[in-house]
Design a protein around this ligand. Sequence first.
Ligand code: SF4
Ligand code: SF4
Length: 340
Amino acid sequence: MRKSTFLKWKLRQAAFITRALASTNHVVLAHIIPMRRCNLACGYCNEYDQTSKPVSLEVMKKRLDKLAELGTSIVTISGGEPMMHPELDRIIRHIRSRGMIAGLISNGYYFTPDRIKRLNEAGLDSLQISIDNVAPDEVSRKSLRVLDKKLRYLAEHADFHININSVIGGGIKQPEDALTVAQRAVELGFSTTVGVIHDEDGTLKPLTEKEKEIFHAVKKLGNKDHARLNWFQDSIAEGKPYEWRCRSGSRYLYICEDGLVHWCSQQRGYPGIPLEDYSMEDFKREYKTEKWCAPTCTIQCVHQVGILDNWRDPQMTPVQIRREQKQKEKERVGEVLRAD
Ligand code: SF4
Ligand code: SF4
């Protein structure tokens, strides 16, 4: 990444954070899925299929226009594997043309020098690749050995910010792989983060002593901004729940390939409203709705968005919100009757 581009990236980050702190009335980050299909089949993943078609460019543009209307600062394209979408560059261009920051999450398999240059030209701002292990195994082929050549291409040609995420916990066989991945990322000039994952049965268990040691070593190597924002991970690493306010459905949106708004990739179905119909009323309701799954949540990006508002606007359970709505309705009816 050129120094001038890096400075521009930092300035744009500072601008969206300032804007998010100044007002709670817009979306900070939206994940959008242009394609559910993936070329891999990771054993732990529930976010892909092997048959679906890409969402058309025309439909994607309409969804992006609606996100722009909701004041969205950052749109991150995710999947499946979004690099398989034939119109990815034009989707990125559209995000940029609407004044939003364009991010991409990919498994890294499709990067060639030519493809990277086209992403530069389209205006991609940032890329994240998750690498699960050093050598491929039966669970994951997102492996350093397979991807190292692609990382070297990126180091040489990419003019966008690159973060490499490694993972620890959840019974991953070789926890030391996370450190090898992070060291290679730093060597190539990328930022690096580490994700703590749940055990296979979804329960929150503390990391083993060895895993904790590696987790702290990787964090030290990593992106200082992310480390400062990801203090929830220290609780998760200890197997303890973490109290915070998840603002999904408002400050964070997850838009699936069918164009429905969900809380996040792991809570699909709620609220399940088409993006085109999503109103500020929905936004406000979800902003103040306490999420039952928050204490054990490990989704880094939603935690980071949550930090912007954690200090303000306490949340309520759905039952309390319904009660409050009924009370308001009663008061409105009372006012009308009194006026009559
Ligand atoms: S590469 Fe990503 S989307 Fe594809 S199967 Fe693996 S985790 Fe899921
Ligand atoms: S708390 Fe986590 S799992 Fe629950 S809705 Fe928010 S982001 Fe999703």
